[in-house]
Design a protein around this ligand. Structure first.
Ligand SMILES: N[C@@H](CCC(=O)N[C@@H](CS)C(=O)NCC(=O)O)C(=O)O
Length: 216
């Protein structure tokens, strides 16, 4: 029996599920995935059967249930202190936590107008009010972190919770063809090429479910 269960939405659309899944994969722990296709049939009841919060992702570990992507990351970081889910150096760790929280709490315009749709391409679309400012701030976050850490290729050297939090943004920038400066381009390419990201995107391409994410 797998050590963890992770309840997730469709891989193609569920950005918060992707974040938690990448964090869990980083631990190397065995996990059973339970996929609940969003916006289909009794999906809400199916999620509620796992967590009264009614949203995915949900991590189950024995008697412990953790809902919310960032709480899942913190739980895993405590359980797997050697997995590198947060940077070792306190100043880097503080910065990583701050940028992860900024993603978790913000970028509403980007998340609204550039919904994640990993297997499709909508170049030039999604440029609604507020999106350009969100993109500028994300470029600033990435450039500053990359400049402050010599290790690379990720924001703080190895792949951390901060990278997992921004991985769906990398997917959105791919889908909506967002131009990036060279340092951010190299970072986005590294995340896009990460073996766990590739595995997720390939599985997303094979999913049968379709949700209309962009209204004409
Ligand atoms: N803040 C939550 C957000 C979770 C969330 O919005 N999940 C979406 C899927 S990506 C969901 O469950 N949507 C289904 C619904 O709300 O009915 C987290 O970080 O986990």
């Amino acid at each position: 029996m797998a050590e963890f269960e992770l309840v997730i939405g469709n891989r193609n659309y569920s950005s918060w599920s992707l974040r938690a899944w990448l964090m869990l994969m980083q631990t190397g722990a065995s996990a059973e995935e339970i996929v609940i296709p969003l916006d289909q049939g009794s999906y809400k009841e199916d999620i509620l059967a796992h967590s009264p919060a009614g949203q995915v992702p949900i991590l189950k570990h024995g008697a412990v249930t953790v809902w919310d992507s960032l709480a899942i990351g913190e739980y895993l970081a405590e359980r797997f202190p050697d997995a590198g889910l947060w940077p070792d150096a306190p100043d880097q760790r503080a910065r990583a936590r701050a940028v992860a929280c900024e993603m978790h709490a913000g970028f509403v315009a980007l998340r609204t107008h550039m919904p994640m749709d990993l297997r499709n391409a909508y170049p030039g679309q999604g440029r609604e009010a507020g999106v350009a400012a969100d993109i500028r701030r994300i470029i600033d976050i990435w450039s500053s972190a990359l400049a402050a850490s010599s290790a690379g290729p990720y924001l703080f050297g190895g792949f951390t919770i901060a990278d997992a939090m921004y991985a769906p943004v990398v997917g959105r920038f791919q889908t909506y063809d967002v131009a990036l400066p060279d340092d951010c381009r190299a970072y986005a390419d590294a995340v896009w090429a990460h073996p766990h990201m590739r595995a997720w995107v390939n599985a997303a391409r094979d999913e049968p479910w379709v949700i209309e994410v962009l209204t004409p």
